[in-house]
Design a protein around this ligand. Structure first.
Ligand code: UDP
Length: 322
């Protein structure tokens, strides 16, 4: 099979590339960022890296035509972008997704769209079932632009599905592992790893009682591969996540314990980190029954095991700043 992965040079995309090449597929990735995370595949005749934008219609059309299946992962993600550059978030995530869907529709190619657990917002009722309500804050709060962009893109997926396009939507829950963000930026785990490796205090925002279900990348990728292959997945939306609910305070304590760092915990206000255009999600827990039943995948990696692997990977220091 020939697969196109938009955003294939990013964190999830690079792991998906490993998995698809590993099962004998030919992989084309389209990405604007450097090849750092997929460099180990350069020279493999089954691997093609095209450094360009999903807004380059000519390039995109050629790739869509050539491939049998499209994993659309290209997006602007990360809280610092939601509050720092909401235009880019909205443009890439909504208009970029439309560009993919339009061409996929033209050539009738299946699309697996990577959405996010952010779409549920701060719905107090956990676990979140795929058909549950979304509870978001005001549009004055930039944080919600990401959830809104992914939800709008999901609506486009369903609209195209109604017209006959095979589409699968995946909502990822805090996926982590090697090649996540750069240390010190991006998501909480990479921020904490930077602090741990320097024995600095871990900056827990608020009182640390907010929870997440951190999902190890290998588990998320098994589900992603299955979503592209299972006929029963078409037209559906799936939570992709672990059920192990962990507070950010517990996460900080666990990371200090397993790394052996001399770090302590420092509680900081959310305003001091993200300014006034940020609101937190108090609890985020997936209902994963559909993932188990239709995709046949369970997130099996305990947080402690996944964190050990992730910290060890960042500790080796081969991952230079991009
Ligand atoms: N967080 C934290 N300290 C940090 C960065 C993040 O306590 O230095 C918290 C953040 O407020 C949120 C959680 O960690 O409650 C997860 O944040 P992240 O940005 O990784 O992803 P989110 O799940 O919020 O999209």
């Amino acid at each position: 099979m020939k697969a196109l992965i938009t955003g294939g040079a990013g964190f999830l995309g690079s792991h998906l590339t490993d998995a698809l090449l590993g099962q004998g597929d030919e992989v084309y990735i389209l990405d604007t960022i450097s090849d750092l995370k997929v460099r180990h595949h350069l020279g493999n005749p089954q691997f093609h890296y095209i450094r360009d934008s999903i807004f380059n219609t000519e390039i995109l059309e050629g790739l869509v035509l050539k491939c049998d299946l499209i994993y659309h992962l290209a997006a602007v993600v990360g809280v610092e972008h939601y509050v720092g550059d909401p235009y880019e978030v909205l443009n890439v995530n909504i208009n970029g997704t439309q560009a993919i869907l339009r061409l996929a529709f033209k050539y009738n190619k299946k699309v697996v769209f990577s959405s996010s657990s952010e779409v549920y917002g701060r719905n107090p009722k956990v676990p979140f079932g795929e058909d549950d309500e979304r509870v978001l804050g005001s549009t004055r709060i930039d944080r919600w632009c990401y959830a809104t962009s992914k939800a709008a893109a999901e609506h486009f997926c369903f609209a195209f599905h109604k017209m006959g396009l095979p589409v699968v939507i995946l909502r990822y829950f805090n996926v982590y592992g090697s090649r996540l963000d750069r240390m010190d930026v991006g998501r909480v785990i990479t921020i904490f790893i930077g602090q741990i490796l320097r024995d600095e205090p871990l900056t827990v925002i608020g009182d640390g009682s907010q929870t997440r279900c951190f999902t190890y990348v290998d588990d998320a990728i098994r589900a992603t591969v299955a979503a592209g292959l299972k006929e029963g997945a078409v037209g559906e939306v799936f939570n992709i996540g672990s059920e192990e609910e962990t507070s950010i305070r517990e996460l900080a304590e666990l990371m200090i314990k397993i790394s052996g760092a001399k770090s302590t915990i420092k509680y900081v206000s959310q305003e001091s980190v993200y300014g006034l255009s940020y609101e937190d999600v108090p609890r985020r827990v997936p209902d994963v029954r559909r993932m188990h039943k239709v995709l046949g995948v369970k997130a099996e990696t305990p947080l402690e095991v996944g964190l050990r692997k992730t910290i060890d990977w960042f500790r080796t220091g081969w991952y230079p700043p991009i």
